[in-house]
Ligand binder design. Structure first.
Ligand SMILES: Nc1ncnc2c1ncn2[C@@H]1O[C@H](COP(=O)(O)OP(=O)(O)O)[C@@H](O)[C@H]1O
Ligand SMILES: [Mg+2]
Length: 273
């Protein structure tokens, strides 16, 4: 028997688990600096993302931050077409047959000071309403492959916006459910891959990430035999120098998010199957 749950909707689209917070509706220039999630596949193993110069710039200089490239999609260059900036990068889904994927926004805030008062206020409200403020992470959207019904199911951005701290673990559990069982192997592998990212952030005294995500994938199709998990940092609208934040020497918001995410995943592992 296939398990059915009400919060899921079936989907066909491949890349469609993206956020959309209220701030994106504003039409000031800086709003669009957060990116619009226009993702186009290029060839078999790359994607093109329409973005802002800041993100392209970050990818250009990413090798200056020792070790960071281990945790980001491989950057293949940027281009400007009709005044729009595009970055080309590794398609993290390329090696999967039926990828399950979740986009988790990291950090305890999603605003930066030069956004403008109105937008900052809007984002602060969303940060408080969602799990961002309390946990340092929030689930923006996820989709899983149900190998019982042989279809994709997703929980979209509107649903995810209502997730409160007491519910987020259940959503993580739903994400790692493949229609037959809770994929504890994938949870363990996720934890293993979070560890070096956590160590990197412990060492990092250079930069702070605002409104950036962790993107986690696992193979949802049991018949494939390959259970690789991918944990990568994606989406870099604001990467700020830490030395411009007096009294702060680490990206505490991101670290807190990683700690809480780790704790939630660990407790799923510890629960009965
Ligand atoms: N390198 C990648 N490989 C595969 N999918 C990706 C990659 N980067 C982003 N995506 C997908 O596209 C979505 C939007 O990407 P993101 O960089 O967060 O754009 P935006 O700036 O619009 O938030 C992500 O949630 C993810 O599903
Ligand atoms: Mg994003």
């Amino acid at each position: 028997m296939c398990e059915l749950t009400g919060i899921f909707s079936r989907i066909d689209a491949y890349y469609d688990i993206e956020e959309d917070d209220d701030s994106r509706k504003a039409n000031d220039d800086f709003d669009q600096a957060a990116g619009h999630g226009e993702i186009i596949r290029v060839g078999d193993s790359s994607i093109l993302k329409k973005t802002q110069e800041a993100e392209a710039h970050f990818y250009e200089i990413i090798s200056e931050y020792s070790g960071l490239e281990n945790f980001t999609p491989k950057y293949e260059g940027s281009s400007i077409v009709d005044g729009e900036v595009y970055i080309q990068m590794e398609d993290l889904t390329a090696n999967y047959q039926n990828p399950a994927m979740i986009d988790i926004k990291m950090g305890t805030r999603t605003w930066v000071t030069d956004m403008g008062v109105e937008k900052i206020d809007r984002r602060k409200i969303v940060d408080q309403k969602t799990t961002t403020g309390e946990l340092g992470y929030r689930v923006l959207g996820y989709r899983r492959y149900n190998r019982c019904t042989e279809s994709y199911e997703k929980v979209d951005k509107n649903e995810c916006r209502n997730i409160v701290s007491s519910e987020v673990k259940e959503h993580l559990s739903q994400y790692y459910f493949d229609g037959v069982r809770l994929r504890k192997d994938a949870i363990q592998e996720t934890l293993d891959q979070i560890e070096p990212i956590y160590s990197w952030f412990k060492e990092n005294t250079d930069i702070e990430f605002v409104s950036s995500s962790l993107f986690i994938l696992y193979e949802g199709n049991d018949h494939v035999g390959q259970y690789g998990v991918t944990v990568k940092m994606i989406d870099f609208p604001y990467v700020l120098p830490l030395q411009e934040s007096p009294g702060r020497s680490r990206d505490e918001g991101y670290l807190q998010g990683l700690e809480n995410l780790r704790e939630a995943l660990q407790s799923l592992l510890n629960e009965a199957s």
